[in-house]
Design a binder for this molecule. Structure first.
Ligand code: F6R
Length: 257
């Protein structure tokens, strides 16, 4: 008889458990405005903010609010953007590139300098070297002051899919079937979603000084609840947020526990 593969529940004795700070907003504009305000409060006191940013639908309202209402903040002059993840195999100029998605939604409006936009090359000669380049950037210039994250319906963070080790580093991953389905909404069908990606590892992200995760929509309510209450386990990568300090979760009413 086939037995199920054992799941790796991370023992509580291996780590401290922290409680993320949770902010619940109304849906829509209120969620975007609160996220932008908290983002600015975090960035303003910093001389050279080094910030990891995600793509996806959830942060779009915040990006638009930042581009509209906060474009003249001084911190943008010394702001460095580091990409959280990227599809593999896309040519320069492809609209699906995550790096260019953040640039056209936010960075072009707030005029972040080109040499301060640190993105993955989607099509590098050597994928291992590309991962090392991004890790080295953070080692030499980091840790990141702030990691802004979204939450996948399967609990993924970046593209750290279920089963990703909490000490994982930047690497190449296969997208989970539910991620391919979720991403198909961005690009009009699963056939347009690349199957592999680069992602910063959970161990890499855990080094950020502060983490803000944005969660919106009823379809995220169940996984947000699990993130906060299920046993801490690599089966639900987002539970790593309870193993690090300085985590804020901004949730709209629809996703809130
Ligand atoms: C995107 C990323 C993903 C998304 C997550 C939620 O760069 O890293 O982890 O944050 O899949 O996506 P949305 O916001 O589209 O629901």
């Amino acid at each position: 008889m086939k037995t199920a593969a054992p799941t790796r529940q991370v023992m509580k004795t291996e780590m401290n458990e922290y409680e993320p700070h949770i902010i619940v907003t109304e849906d829509g504009d209120d969620f975007a405005a609160a996220s932008a305000r908290i983002f600015c409060e975090a960035a303003r006191p910093l001389k050279n903010p080094l910030v990891i940013l995600p793509t996806g639908n959830t942060p779009l309202g915040m990006y638009r609010c930042l581009a509209r209402d906060y474009r003249n903040e001084n911190f943008w002059n010394n702001f460095t953007y580091v990409a959280l993840d990227e599809y593999i195999g896309l040519e320069d100029g492809d609209p699906r590139l995550f790096g260019s998605w953040v640039q056209r939604e936010l960075l072009d409006f707030v005029a972040v300098a080109r040499d301060r936009r640190i993105t993955f090359k989607s099509n590098p000669h050597d994928k291992g070297a590309e991962c090392a380049r991004m890790e080295n950037f953070l080692t030499e210039n980091g840790p990141a002051d702030l990691a802004v994250l979204g939450l996948g319906v399967n609990g993924h963070i970046g593209f750290n899919e279920p089963g990703s080790a909490f000490d994982s580093r930047t690497r190449v991953v296969n997208l989970a079937p539910e991620t391919i389905t979720a991403n198909s909404k961005y690009w009009g069908g699963e056939e347009h979603v690349p199957r592999t990606a680069f992602t910063m590892g959970l161990g890499t992200l855990a080094q950020a000084r502060r983490t803000v995760m944005l969660v919106s929509g009823m379809h995220k309510a169940d996984i947000l609840e699990k993130t906060l209450t299920a046993p801490i386990s690599e089966d639900i990568p987002s539970t790593y947020l309870r193993t690090i300090p300085n985590v804020t979760i901004i949730s709209d009413r629809s996703a809130a526990p």
